[in-house]
Design a protein around this ligand. Structure first.
Ligand SMILES: [Zn+2]
Length: 296
């Protein structure tokens, strides 16, 4: 009796990505802000002409719908209008997908460590209705924010990064984004007063001034590196909740631990002398923010 042929899992060697570390803040003003100051914006998905045509088609569909008598079937013309609308929407979705694919590929390819906010998009969408402690504050503002979140397809970008980082040997770190928009990337001071407006960050303690989205991306990066270095206690504690997605090692790995260490190397190299800087800044900042926030 012939035995079924055995198939070996293909051994794909993923070399750790030697690129620099990067933090990404998925903002509202800009689709993505990179910790090095770059802003990645999703382009207009439809040209003004296409936008105009889509609106005209939607008006036409409404008109045809109103003209339809009760019990009457959809006309051929009405079907055609719906098909045209669907085609425009598909074009829009295709372009969004294209941009997200290109952008996430570049990010994963060029960086050894990618730190992103651990966004629970579903959770954020739900929070607008409010909890028992905070019943529905800013419901309208949140509803608007939610629309832009979904429009920018953050969830999709996050999922793309998971498998692309894996394929490129980069470590993806998801960090708790709590207060990342009001924390100073230079001294760690946390205060809503740091945020002058939607675009400008100005630290009320150390006077660090930066683009608000860039500052948030740098905070995300620092939290990610802290999580990778394993130095959680005394370093703000934000890294404790960080989740690290490291590339999977192939089943027949020569050294089962080499992947782990190599990832730590990738994270540890840029850290070098930084852990002490991190640990040093938090206690200093903690004493001024925790109690004396009003009298710096
Ligand atoms: Zn500061």
């Amino acid at each position: 009796m012939a035995r079924p042929p055995k198939f070996e899992e293909p051994a794909i060697e993923i070399t750790p990505n030697p690129g620099p570390s990067v933090g990404i803040d998925r903002g509202v003003v800009h689709t993505m802000a990179i910790s090095d100051g770059e802003m990645l914006d999703m382009p207009r998905l439809l040209s003004p002409g296409e936008e105009h045509r889509l609106q005209a088609l939607e008006r036409k569909a409404t008109r045809q719908q109103l003209a339809r008598k009760r019990g009457e079937q959809r006309s051929k013309r009405q079907e055609r209008t719906y098909d045209q609308i669907a085609a425009m929407r598909a074009r829009q979705a295709r372009r969004r997908e294209d941009w997200l694919n290109k952008t996430t590929t570049q990010i994963a390819k060029n960086h050894g460590v990618v730190a992103v906010e651990d966004l629970n998009v579903a959770g954020m969408t739900r929070s607008a209705r409010g909890t028992i402690e905070q019943p529905g504050v800013n419901v309208r503002a949140k509803a608007r924010l939610n629309r832009s979140i979904l429009g920018m397809a953050w969830g999709k970008a996050g999922r793309m990064l998971v498998y692309k980082c894996q394929a490129n040997g980069s470590a993806l770190v998801k960090v708790n984004a709590r207060n990342s928009s009001i924390e100073c990337a230079r001294c760690g001071h946390v205060s809503t007063a740091n945020r002058i407006d939607q675009t400008i960050f100005h630290c009320e303690v150390c006077a660090h001034t930066a683009n608000a989205d860039t500052n948030a991306a740098q905070v995300v990066l620092q939290r990610g590196l802290t999580a990778l270095s394993g130095a959680t206690p005394g370093c703000g504690g934000t890294a404790r909740e960080a989740r690290v997605t490291v590339p999977q090692r192939e089943p027949h790995a020569q050294a089962p631990t080499s992947r782990r260490t190599s990832i730590h190397h990738a994270g540890a190299t840029p850290l070098g002398g930084e852990p002490s800087a991190h640990c040093g800044r938090y206690p200093a900042e903690g004493s001024s923010t925790a109690k004396g926030g009003d009298h710096p």
